[in-house]
Design a protein around this ligand. Structure first.
Ligand code: NI
Length: 250
């Protein structure tokens, strides 16, 4: 079963146990520091911006700004090498990272979505996301689940979680979860998925944290004749302005 046919691929290992152990230290430090919160690089994906409650699905964007050595990791190099091959582009492919944390017992679901729904509507993309767990990822802790073949279709209608545009996380209702395929993985394994592949992770109901480090690999973009219609993006910017929350939306 191929990436081209399914829109995703799972591999049992992309880096060493030693590197996973090293990455856990960096990961925990970034979340403890809430690294880049002022610049809009740290927030809860599943709750309104600047909320005061416990963090349901915190995210750190650009962890390599704080720790440039991440770009020298085997994970980064292997993800970029394999990602380039899977994208099938000859031009230069770049990688950008983020980390999504599902706390033990109450980490929220990441509802069904396509990554491209978040991204620049002005261009055609050549992108895929690499997702590596630092902890055992099971259905119960929030491993990746995909809808095979969904990458062949357009970006579907999305809305913000709870219909609240102050929540960055998006969800599409246009999906049949019965068609989902789960990809449980050991720490240091990885999934690759196309920017249009529908995917989901369940809430973490286990006693262990579920730490994931994601790299988005992107080849050159091409300008669209007309921007894609993704009004949920403007809804979020307007809601933030109205609430006087001055962050850039990444
Ligand atoms: Ni995603």
């Amino acid at each position: 079963m191929s990436f081209r046919a399914n829109g995703y691929l799972c591999i049992e290992r992309i880096t060493t146990d030693e590197e996973v152990a090293w990455l856990k230290g960096i990961y925990d430090q970034l979340f403890a520091e809430r690294a880049g919160e002022k610049e809009g690089l740290y927030y809860d994906l599943a709750a309104p911006r600047a909320h005061k409650g416990r963090e349901l699905l915190p995210q750190v964007l650009g962890p390599d700004f704080r720790f440039p050595e991440l770009r020298e990791s085997q994970y980064y190099r292997n993800a970029l090498k394999l990602g380039t091959r899977l994208l099938g582009v000859d031009e230069k492919v770049t990688a950008g990272g983020h980390m999504i944390f599902k706390p033990a017992r109450y980490g929220a679901e990441t509802p069904w979505h396509q990554d491209e729904a978040y991204w620049n509507p002005d261009v055609h993309l050549q992108s895929l996301s690499v997702w590596m767990p630092l902890d055992a990822a099971t259905v119960e802790s929030g491993c990746m689940q995909f809808i095979p073949g969904s990458h062949e279709e357009e970006v579907r209608w999305h809305r913000h979680i709870d219909n609240n545009p102050l929540i960055h996380g998006l969800v599409t209702d246009d999906v049949d979860p019965a068609a989902a395929v789960a990809c449980p993985l050991p720490p240091g394994g990885a999934t690759f998925h196309h920017s249009r592949t529908l995917h989901y992770t369940a809430p973490n109901t286990t006693a262990n944290p579920r730490r994931a480090y994601i790299l988005v690999c992107s080849g050159p973009t091409r300008q669209r004749a007309e921007p894609a219609h993704r009004p949920w993006q403007a809804d979020e910017r307007e809601a933030l302005a109205k609430a006087n929350i001055d962050v850039e939306v990444f």
